[in-house]
Design a protein around this ligand. Structure first.
Ligand code: AMP
Length: 249
């Protein structure tokens, strides 16, 4: 069984994101980019299934600019077998990404597609669900445990106030939550090996998809900055301030 893992190139989660002066978006020039953290978890889960003898091949796919090759190489260095880059310099919204992924699924016929639950740049949390709808496949979103059977997969989902386990007929879509696993670091020998693994190059047109946006970003703004705190000399002073100034006691 093949597993397809879509991986997105996003601003590294350690970077303090800055809004462009004209409010049209966030600054991307000279900013460190990395694989979306939820996608690292997706690659890790696929690798564990392969190591357990339940999958035969892991394909990582990224839709984005040429530099997304680096993101694919990261997945290959972790242990995935081959990559597909669907190159575009346009901003591709989740529906267009899902349509491209549908095309790849039809060519590759994987038993599972494991995606991140959301990309940390757009926070859409849409692509996996849209892909499931386009394919008519079952979906297990926000997975914190994946248990693969012969023709079904049990997905434990993180829901409000607890966990829910659902059984999906395969082929199926799974999206990863934070607690599913802890992704491995790529070792130096594996980083070297990854350089020789194949990456096929495609375009949106190969899948008959156009990137024409359906949304227009009207404004992007920084969060309001916090006001400075006050140091108090004693508990009595704190209580008095809470009572008389903040009015919370
Ligand atoms: P989103 O719906 O944008 O929050 O993204 C959810 C997941 O879809 C991500 O964690 C990725 O697994 C996948 N995804 C979204 N955009 C892309 C992309 N451009 N290339 C590859 N995978 C993507």
């Amino acid at each position: 069984m093949k597993i397809l893992v879509p991986v997105k190139r996003v601003v590294d989660y350690n970077v303090k994101v800055r809004v462009k002066a004209d409010g049209s978006g966030v600054e991307l020039a000279n900013v460190k980019m990395s694989m979306n953290p939820f996608d690292e978890i997706a690659v890790e889960e696929a690798l564990r299934l392969k190591e357990a003898g339940k999958a035969t091949e892991i394909i990582v796919v990224s839709i984005g600019p040429k530099q997304s090759t680096e993101t694919i190489r990261t997945g290959l260095a972790m242990g995935a077998d081959r990559g597909i880059l669907v190159q575009t310099d346009d901003i591709v919204e989740p529906l267009a990404v899902a349509k491209v992924l549908k095309g790849i699924v039809e060519e590759e016929e994987p038993g599972l597609v494991i995606l991140g639950k959301q990309a940390i740049d757009d926070d859409c949390n849409q692509t996996g669900q849209m892909l499931a709808a386009l394919l008519g496949w079952a979906q297990g979103t926000f997975a914190s445990k994946v248990d693969l059977g012969d023709s079904t997969v049990d997905v434990t989902r993180e829901i409000d106030g607890g966990l829910q386990t659902v059984k999906l007929n395969m082929p199926a879509i799974v999206t990863t939550d934070l607690r599913l696993n802890e992704p491995r670091y790529a070792s130096l020998p594996n980083i070297m090996k990854a350089k020789k693994k194949p990456i096929a190059e495609k375009t949106l047109a190969d899948f008959g998809v156009e990137a024409t946006p359906r949304l227009k970003v009207l404004k992007t703004a920084e969060p309001a900055s916090r006001q400075a705190g006050v140091k108090v000399a004693s508990v009595d002073e704190l209580v008095s301030k809470l009572k008389n100034e903040a009015g919370v006691l």
